[in-house]
Design a protein around this ligand. Sequence first.
Ligand code: NIG
Ligand code: FE
Length: 408
Amino acid sequence: MTTEHTCVVYGASELVVGPGDDEPLEMCEDAAFAAVDGEVVAVGDTDEVTREYPPENADVAIDADGNAVVPGFVDPHTHAVFAGDRSDEFEAKLRGKSYQEILEEGGGILRTVGATREASADRLLENLLDHLDVMLAGGTTTVEVKSGYGLDIETELQLLEVIERADETHPVDLVPTFLGAHAVPEGVSTDDYVDQVVDDQIPAVESQGIAEFCDVFCEEGVFSVEQSRRVLEAGREAGLTPKVHAEEFTRLGGSQLAADLEAASADHLLCATDEDVEALLAADVVPVLLPGTAFGLGEEYADARAILEAGGPLAVATDFNPNCHARSMEFVQTLSCVEMGLTPGEALRAATSGAARALEREDGTGRLEVGAPADAVVLEAPSSAHLAYRFDTSAVDKVLKNGEVVVS
Ligand code: NIG
Ligand code: FE
């Protein structure tokens, strides 16, 4: 006979269940949830839930003691697997150099590519696991990670393999994305490199069988709309769902491309117009906003309110990469409120169920409703608004993944 693993979290001042109908979030007060074998089986009043699932009989019992409990955060856009350091570029940018100038001089992405190609797989894994530890301690329980610092078959496959190994060893769930079209390596024309991605890299990624999404940096001076389309169509043929880095520095047409291809998401959107937003929403493409990037580069933020007012789903993410050294989904929520005008509830929804939608997770990830994975964050704060409101230290106290305590 197999025994069940039970988990009860009770005494929450407020428990965020998921998105609400009229409000951004559905919440219960004086609430609890119970999980069996990692899946939520009951949510509601503490009295009712604990009557059915007494804490004294549970394998894991947590008294939230008047603090808020929310779903684990989902970070749907990161470039977390790389080697090397680019903190000196931060100084160059402060002195007025632009991101694109640095890239044109062989810095930026290409510099990280150099350091990543030199690094061993074990070193890359160690780096990634360190970042995941920080993310998990900050309440992130699911994270998308892109390749893209290899730009050759061998290294791109190695990066995807490192992501898979990290997924096997770390409590955070990883979602692997192939981003061979992240930049054009030195010594090759863009068209020739697109041929390499389409003819060599994508078939190799398909037979490796790890990646789930295919992304492309559709940007002036990087990949044009037509080149991006070739990559994403080839990816789709190989079973990889499209995602697009769209309208980050220029309005090139990545949103329309994402809409045409029915991509899972279009990300960045700093220069997107109302028309772009309309096209995305009509095609059910989730807009993913990355306010940390705008913050770090001193750029204008994306128009989050326009997306919500157009009735769209919305996701936010860290975009963690050497140009945006941000692993905290709490800080992303702070920026979402202070700089993009979201309410704390809207920001938390975008960081949980909205983000899960950008990753096409349909198993309840990003929610604490019956049937969902029991991925939860217990705060050391009486309301979930503290996630955005507090920006000096983390409001996260404990983290549960599949009903197990992974941060205490
Ligand atoms: O999403 N924009 C392209 N890619 C990353 C930056 C990567 C880097 O600078 O290393 C982004 O911001
Ligand atoms: Fe990115």
